[in-house]
Design a protein around this ligand. Structure first.
Ligand code: CA2
Length: 151
């Protein structure tokens, strides 16, 4: 019997998101990044997707991950964190990936300080989800299932 391989979605988390649930719970909630990965794994299984869940504090590593996704993944979900408003290099990598891209922010960046508002990443994003807390990752996976199946 031949096995059909599941589409892989890379979920990329930017700088400082390793602190999720450990600092500033009044802003980012109490779920840890490990909790988010666990709930994404459950949702992905329900959707028939596989996930590769990553985090780095380093811009170059994030760009390498996006390039890796280009080779072997069907889509990218990214919370670029502090790189959102600074990294044209990340924007270029996402554009070059030629994959469906969903940008996630735990908070509504437009309700926050002005310096958080201008997202370069949004210029490469098919969908942007913000202000849903960590539930935004699950919403992004559900949207990604639609984008991936639309080809
Ligand atoms: O709302 C989001 O998801 C952000 O991408 C989070 C970034 C922030 O720079 C963006 O403007 C919005 C910050 C990520 C740092 O995450 C922390 C989590 C817990 C405690 C401290 C930082």
């Amino acid at each position: 019997m031949t096995e059909t391989s599941q589409a892989i979605v890379m979920i990329v988390n930017g700088p400082n998101l390793n602190l999720l649930g450990k600092r500033e719970p009044h802003i980012y909630g109490s779920a840890t990044l490990a909790d988010v990965e666990a709930s994404c794994t459950v949702t992905a299984a329900e959707l028939g997707l596989e996930i590769d869940f990553r985090q780095s504090n380093h811009e170059g590593v994030i760009i390498d991950l996006v390039q890796e996704a280009r080779e072997r993944c069907a889509g990218i979900i990214i919370n670029p964190a502090g790189l959102t408003t600074t990294s044209i290099a990340l924007l270029d990598a996402l554009l070059a990936a030629e994959l469906p891209v969903i940008e996630v922010h735990i908070t509504n960046i437009h309700r926050r300080e002005e310096f958080r508002h201008n997202s370069y990443v949004s210029k490469a994003a098919d969908t942007v989800i913000m202000g849903a807390g960590t539930q935004g990752y699950e919403l992004a996976l559900r949207r990604m299932a639609t984008l991936v199946s639309a080809g």
